[in-house]
Design a protein around this ligand. Sequence first.
Ligand SMILES: CC(C)(COP(=O)(O)OP(=O)(O)OC[C@H]1O[C@@H](n2cnc3c(N)ncnc32)[C@H](O)[C@@H]1OP(=O)(O)O)[C@@H](O)C(=O)NCCC(=O)NCCS
Length: 336
Amino acid sequence: MVRTVFLGTGHFVPEKVVTNDDLAKLMDTTDEWIQQRTGIKQRRYVDWDKEPMGSSDLGTRAARVALENAGVSKDEIDCIIYATLSPDKPFPGDGVIVQAKLDVPAGVPCFDIRNQCSGFLYSLQTADAFIKTGLYRRVLVIGSEVHSSGIELADRGRDVAVIFGDGAAACVLGPSDKEDGRGVLSVHLHADGRFANELHIPYPSSAENPRLCAARLESGDHFPHMNGKNVFKHAVARMPEAVLEALGKHGLTPKDLKLVIPHQANQRITDLVQRRLDLSDEQVFSNIAEYGNTTAASIPLGLDQAVKAGRVKPGDLVCFVAFGAGFTWGAAIVRW
Ligand SMILES: CC(C)(COP(=O)(O)OP(=O)(O)OC[C@H]1O[C@@H](n2cnc3c(N)ncnc32)[C@H](O)[C@@H]1OP(=O)(O)O)[C@@H](O)C(=O)NCCC(=O)NCCS
């Protein structure tokens, strides 16, 4: 039986560290409030004065590291799947932009997945299906976000602005027919569009004509809007549910997991998921204190760090779980 395996992982974050105290100079907030409510101490931002970069620049750098770790050349890539909510431009997607930047051969299919914090899981399931059916042998999956140019760094946007950070991560996936049981066991995805307005950027919109006008920008509707309490409430219910669903398919329980890598939305969400699943501290990965919420990059960034730190070894059972805008959510079980 063919399984999808991770051939290599990599990440890239901008050098510039932005602390909670730095944000307190721009808006009415405090280090104490941010740490208490979210667990975030700092995040990375593109350094707009020194080296402006778009999502595709971060994604390209992360992809280079993943390809090198995988020992796969750009000429071997059969497909690029790119997850982001902050593409360089409305169209075309960043997938093709990264194809050109990496000099991946012409003709290779590339596309974007726009599922925000669940974007990596949606990309993983898509890649897994392509690989298992034999359509592609080397799929490059990238999650990349530049939030720092798209959040309102002022009092009005403070509830959202303090959460997000810039970053990118990538992995190279391919088939294995070894009898060692390693690879993606299953990915489980869900969505409920009735909650689409609970976390969104309303503007510009194709439902308005003209689509973009200067006067409308005063409203701040081109920045993310979030009903934080409702997002929180749903996240802490859906994430444990998704983990149990994924484990249940294989007759496994939370005790069988070496590591859970949750989407890094908020440390309080992670803590509640941990409690509901009765997981030990060692079983749960967290880097939110250092990077904040990097949306589509968050799970692959955690994965790359966990692998490099030796927290995930061959044969270990790993679980990814995410919840985000849409609402969309899901979980994946991988035998590393
Ligand atoms: C955003 C979030 C941290 C806010 O925490 P909360 O406990 O719900 O806080 P509230 O929204 O009730 O706000 C409490 C107060 O803090 C204020 N506040 C909001 N942001 C603030 C900030 N950055 N600094 C200081 N005060 C802030 C609010 O204005 C409110 O003031 P009020 O009581 O005078 O009206 C929390 O709702 C959350 O984490 N939600 C999930 C968000 C998430 O994970 N999003 C990504 C999903 S992938």
